[in-house]
Design a protein around this ligand. Structure first.
Ligand SMILES: NC(=O)c1ccc[n+]([C@@H]2O[C@H](COP(=O)([O-])OP(=O)(O)OC[C@H]3O[C@@H](n4cnc5c(N)ncnc54)[C@H](O)[C@@H]3O)[C@@H](O)[C@H]2O)c1
Ligand SMILES: O=P(O)(O)OC[C@H](O)CO
Length: 344
């Protein structure tokens, strides 16, 4: 292991970036090691609050942050000497920021993506965008994904996750680094499967939210979740992902958490659409990132290019584009030709 774990930069002071900084701090405390965790945030008031009150109230209410976490609006200061860089900004804003940050990286750095989005226009996964823009090998890019609703983790409720990297040693090293008393990461080398699970579950959660907004019950939601997993798996396999990943924490686990929880922003956005709000009204109401709203289009486009059938995604995208009403979503999915459940 060439990268130092004693200084870690977290770029993004939102819900998950701040929570993951707390996980890293609590992991170090549990291991009896010293660690400095520096968060970069765009807004001075958020940074000030983290430094003075050890809180980020807009995103995490009264959660107390360990004092080894500091924050700055100066990204150069945050990245100075950091051996690990954690990225937690909205997926569509990532690429231009990486270009700005590249000259400031320490040599040999390991970069970890917490993001669950697919880039519009290129259909690239976040790990691909990072490797390309930072010009670093895939062996130094890891992703963390799983049933990880930030607020529950901030409250220290027991949670499991997956750290994936094409290089197993890197995955193990990041997993060790974020193992806290309430946070248990498993490792994987299936970066594609882990990322696709995290991306597509947001689109399926929009569909489940729409069902909820239309007052539909548990049979409907379970049907959408299960068939949602089938189409997520088809896409992941077509891209080289593994079937067992889709049955794991970053596949089924995250899908169930996101589709069931009122804490999920994607689920909430879907519910509001189902209740009759326009996409514009929903977007205005959301104060946090609901990645599925934009990534849905990229997933649909990628599936089209690969010839992968993703009917739930296609229906959600049609609703988002205003080409279909929420009331037509169910009939459209049910009118499809019958098939064997095992057909992939
Ligand atoms: N919140 C969760 O429970 C959770 C869990 C797992 C993964 N994720 C993923 O983590 C990523 C970040 O999500 P989050 O929950 O922290 O989002 P958030 O909306 O809570 O915070 C996003 C942060 O990025 C900043 N930001 C917003 N627009 C920006 C821009 N254009 N350029 C730079 N910075 C910008 C915001 O100021 C904020 O600090 C997403 O991809 C999300 O899917 C979130
Ligand atoms: O709030 P959401 O919908 O972005 O979901 C958060 C996490 O991804 C759940 O694992």
């Amino acid at each position: 292991m060439t990268h130092s774990q004693s200084v870690i930069a977290v770029l993004g002071a939102g819900s998950w970036g701040t929570t993951f900084a707390k996980v890293l701090a609590d992991a170090a405390a549990a291991a009896g090691s010293e660690r400095s965790i520096r968060i970069w945030g765009r807004r001075a008031e958020v940074v000030e609050q983290i430094n003075t009150k050890h809180r980020n109230e807009q995103y995490l209410k009264d959660t107390e942050l360990p004092t080894c976490i500091t924050a700055s609006t100066d990204v150069a200061e945050v990245l100075d000497g950091a051996g690990i860089v954690i990225l937690a900004v909205p997926a569509q804003s990532l690429r231009p920021q990486l270009r700005e940050w590249k000259p400031l990286l320490a040599p040999g750095v390991v970069v970890v993506s917490l993001m669950k989005g697919l880039e519009l226009g290129t259909d690239a996964r976040m790990s691909e965008v990072i490797a390309e823009e930072f010009d670093i090998p895939a062996a130094r890019v890891a992703v963390v994904s799983g049933p990880n609703l930030a607020m529950e983790i901030a409250r220290e409720e027991p949670t499991a996750s997956v750290v994936a990297c094409s290089d197993e040693a890197t995955a193990v090293s990041i997993a060790v680094c974020c193992t806290a008393p309430y946070f248990r990461p498993y490792t994987s080398t299936d970066v594609v499967g882990v990322e696709i699970g995290g991306i597509v579950k947001n689109v399926i959660a929009l569909a489940v939210g729409i069902c909820e907004g239309r007052q539909m019950g548990d049979n409907t939601k379970a049907s959408v979740i299960t068939r949602g997993l089938a189409e997520t798996s088809r896409l992941a396999l077509a891209l080289g992902g593994q079937a067992h990943t889709m049955a794991g924490l970053a596949g089924l686990g995250d899908l169930v958490a996101t589709c069931s929880s009122p804490l999920s922003r994607n689920h909430t956005a879907g519910r509001l659409l189902g209740e009759g709000l326009t996409l514009e009204q929903v977007t205005e109401r959301m104060t946090q990132t609901a990645e599925g709203i934009k990534s849905g289009h990229a997933v649909h486009e990628l599936a089209g290019k690969l010839g992968v059938e993703m009917p739930i995604t296609a229906a959600v995208v049609a609703v988002l584009e205003g080409k279909m009403s929420v009331d037509d979503l169910g009939p459209r999915l049910l009118a499809r030709a019958l098939k064997s459940e095992g057909d992939y």
